[in-house]
Design a protein around this ligand. Structure first.
Ligand SMILES: [Fe+2]
Ligand SMILES: [Fe+2]
Length: 136
């Protein structure tokens, strides 16, 4: 399994609320990573996966609300990326629920890679736009 993602200064988008949500999301992902690595039971893994999925959805809603409020022109494309990711991770959650092996590992590998990419590229696009409007 991939190394756990950690928050790096380069992930900062210069918006305090979003940086702190990204940090919290990474902490929740690290919890899941620890639970999987330690070989914890199904229910522990399930609740750690639920936390990851629920917080991801909450985070996406926050971003979309900000983009909407400030009229970010790239909102539609950004929302599509969020929706695709959400479908994918809910799929892993369902795989776990029906007892398929490795669903949590697959979620971690997929989400960590996605998050790194998305935060560094896509999130920085709307953040720059909001920074230019004085939001920090
Ligand atoms: Fe984000
Ligand atoms: Fe985003």
């Amino acid at each position: 399994m991939s190394e756990p993602l950690s928050w790096e200064p380069q992930h900062s988008v210069n918006i305090a609320e979003i940086d702190s949500q990204h940090q919290k999301l990474i902490r929740i992902i690290q919890n899941l990573h620890r639970a999987v690595t330690a070989g914890r039971g199904r229910e522990v893994i399930e609740s750690a996966m639920d936390q990851v999925v629920n917080y991801t959805i909450h985070h996406f809603a926050t971003e979309e609300e900000l983009m909407q409020q400030h009229g970010f022109p790239g909102i539609a494309a950004h929302r599509i990326e969020h929706n695709d990711l959400t479908l994918k991770i809910v799929g892993f959650q369902e795989e776990h629920a029906v007892g398929k092996p490795d669903a949590a590992e697959k979620l971690l590998t997929f989400l960590q890679r996605w998050l790194e990419e998305h935060t560094l590229k896509r999130d920085k696009e709307y953040a720059l736009f909001l920074n230019a409007k004085g939001l920090a």
